[in-house]
Design a protein around this ligand. Structure first.
Ligand SMILES: Nc1ncnc2c1ncn2[C@@H]1O[C@H](COP(=O)(O)OP(=O)(O)OP(=O)(O)O)[C@@H](O)[C@H]1O
Ligand SMILES: [Mg+2]
Length: 260
């Protein structure tokens, strides 16, 4: 029984079984089975930085909803504010103004410790800054996120193995990152980010370093995770060819979303 893993997810799953209610930013048609409440809501979020005594406004009123089981993409030119927004959605940073609700909880009001706790338990990251540990094998890297989430030791082996199988790396489990290709490393990072069964997975340019075949493979893995694990994935990309895989695309221009 994987009760510890299911505990975090039960509310999202219950929500997914509720009848359709179309909300702002909801991209689904009325005939799709869909939850009433978003997993994550961004409301009028602004973020400014003080640079050289001047206020730099990077996000200028962002609204976004992520629902359980969605694959959502953010696109936009370099410097438009995508990473800044992703940092806030994952509780790594807090808005200058506006609100962010995760499972209905006010992430924007929580202190660092509380946000760290929710991140470890219920959010997965595929960020450049969260790269693999170089001295650990693929297996040990994935296991690390189960340790961090306080998962029972008896369940580590099955979960690590099945995550690495899901990303097609069963035969590379004992390789360390430098013994893997770039695409393989990225897939280990995916396995690591999802091992503790987060309800939200945030990926900042997960295909940027990959060739088109590898990128397509990573996207196939994402679709599979969304379907099999009922995870919500939000990712940024510059690659127009993979946008069609998304359930919804938000386009950011200079700190605001514009319609396509
Ligand atoms: N900590 C910070 N202090 C000051 N300015 C910042 C900070 N973080 C981001 N910025 C500025 O905010 C703007 C948006 O940055 P961000 O990293 O969100 O862009 P992006 O859309 O992710 O771009 P890219 O596609 O190149 O990754 C940039 O002009 C950047 O210089
Ligand atoms: Mg960025």
């Amino acid at each position: 029984m994987l009760t510890w893993m299911r505990r975090n997810r039960s509310s999202a799953v219950e929500e997914a079984e509720k009848p359709v209610e179309t909300g702002p930013g909801d991209s689904r048609s009325a005939s799709d089975p869909a939850p009433a409440k978003p997993l994550l809501s961004v409301r009028n979020v602004e973020r400014s930085f003080d640079v050289g005594g001047q206020k730099l406004r990077v996000l200028k009123g962002i609204n976004l909803d992520l629902y359980p089981g969605q694959l959502v993409m953010l696109r936009g030119r370099s410097g438009s504010g995508k990473t800044t927004l992703m940092n806030m959605m994952g509780g790594l940073d807090v808005p200058t103004a506006g609100e962010i609700y995760f499972h209905g909880n006010p992430l924007h009001e929580w202190n660092d410790d509380k946000r760290t706790e929710v991140r470890r338990r219920d959010i997965g990251f595929i960020f450049q800054a969260y790269a693999l540990m170089p001295l650990l094998s693929a297996y040990e890297n994935v296991e690390l996120s189960l340790r961090m989430a306080n998962a029972p030791r008896s369940e580590w082996k099955n979960r690590v193995t099945s995550c690495l199988e899901l990303v097609g790396l069963a035969k590379r489990m004992h390789h360390r990152p430098f013994e893997l290709s770039g695409g393989e490393q990225q897939r280990v990072a995916i396995a690591k980010s999802m091992a503790h069964r987060p309800s939200l997975l945030l990926a900042d340019e997960p295909t940027a370093e990959l060739d088109s075949q590898m990128a397509a493979q990573v996207m196939a893995v994402f679709r599979e995770i969304v379907a099999k694990e009922n995870v919500t994935i939000c990712m940024t990309t510059h690659d127009p060819t993979i946008l069609e895989v998304a359930d919804h695309v938000y386009e950011m221009v200079d700190g605001v979303f514009v319609s396509k």
